[in-house]
Design a protein around this ligand. Sequence first.
Ligand SMILES: Cc1cc2nc3c(=O)[nH]c(=O)nc-3n(C[C@H](O)[C@H](O)[C@H](O)COP(=O)(O)OP(=O)(O)OC[C@H]3O[C@@H](n4cnc5c(N)ncnc54)[C@H](O)[C@@H]3O)c2cc1C
Length: 445
Amino acid sequence: MSAAAQARRRRGQDELSIVAFERGRATSYSACGIPYWIGGVVESEDALVARTPEQHRAGGIDMRMRTEVTAIDLSRRVVHWRDLDAGTEGDEAFDALHYATGSVPMRPPVPGIDSRGVYGVQVLDDGVDLIRELESGEVHRVVVVGGGYIGLEIAEACQRRGLHVTVVDRSATPVGTFDADVGAFLAEAVRGLGIELVLGDGVAEIGVRDGRACAVVTASGREIPADLVVLGLGVRPAVRLAQEAGIPLGASGGIAVDARMRTQAEGVWAAGDCVESVHRLSGQRVVVALGTHANKQGRVAGINLGGGYATFPGVIGTAITKVCELEAARTGLSSVEADEAGYAYVTAVVDSTTKAGYMPGAEPVRMKMLAERRSGRLLGAQIVGRQGAAKRIDALAIAVWNEMSVDEVLGLDLSYAPPFSPVWDPVLITARKAQEAVEADLSVC
Ligand SMILES: Cc1cc2nc3c(=O)[nH]c(=O)nc-3n(C[C@H](O)[C@H](O)[C@H](O)COP(=O)(O)OP(=O)(O)OC[C@H]3O[C@@H](n4cnc5c(N)ncnc54)[C@H](O)[C@@H]3O)c2cc1C
């Protein structure tokens, strides 16, 4: 819908007709807000909808709701659609096609996965189902399978409702995109919130009683009782229709696009979770399913579709999440990613506080930086801490984006007052340590 709205802004209805198909019942809603709605922080589903189908129609977009596109015929230049309520079908002709089908949640092929009481969290209707379950009075123990950022956000939502929550993840630390030392700090802090973490042990089976999930059985044979199981195992790009139509994918499995969000099929554009992006540090094509990229890419595609010129500059792996008061964020490359990309680097890890240590409410924060050997270029940063810790990642994302060295970061004129940071902000202390590590490494070379 970002693309449609942008294209419409550039070309009026007399010049360009825009038809949008959506198989669901909502448009332009924040999936990112679903965990906070489930947790009762956001009051209603309506609050998550930025723009309704009626508003889009008023803006000159022919919105076909509850209508699924079932095939794309590039030679005839038509999409085939099916109205999910009326059961009717038809073709819609196009000159240009924008493909933005999002992603498909992972469901492990384990016994019991399709039982009642097992839910994913992807669309608004999942939120409706989960809230109904959580308010039924029958649910006391929730097991979340997958300790990624969505899994942890759901764990928080359930904990806020006073339920017993266990998170199961086959990785050694939650949110596997963090380095082990930062992940261990995160794991300890999550446990400190009263959430049970079962790590290094994947799901092998969903135990079922009377057709309903009653336990999660792990690979090691541990059986964790559950009244409700929530899957947070990540997503893969929704590319089936594209594949069937012959729209080329990249090696990452997402649709291959150029900087203007053009696919390799003539007159077909794509954006969002279904495409791959260029990682600016590794140079690799990667699929990163984040709303921040989807919105920017949709805007770029829409400007181009509307006859303008815009490009998407790539990603650097910035992400942020929270579970209760605990926050975690990262940017650039993790150690594993830096190794894979072939960088030689040094690291610095610092434990500091979110405010001056003498201020009430100063909370611990752990920060890690990776700096390239010799050049000292900041390759990546990770932060785990409490209130106010994680948004510091944005300063570091700008530094990574602009290829700054840790020495340059150390010299930045960052803000300081005791209620906001120590006089040496954790960003500066970590940059200083990283610079020392670069220098120590130089003297060894
Ligand atoms: C619980 C949750 C929390 C998240 N939190 C964050 C966060 O904090 N930060 C962040 O950056 N990102 C977050 N995300 C990710 C973010 O929501 C997605 O990256 C973003 O929504 C992707 O946008 P999209 O337009 O590509 O796909 P979507 O928003 O999924 O939209 C695709 C649409 O296409 C429709 N569709 C698919 N196939 C068809 C078809 N054949 N015919 C008709 N319609 C079709 C779908 O119904 C869907 O409405 C979160 C996601 C979830 C699920």
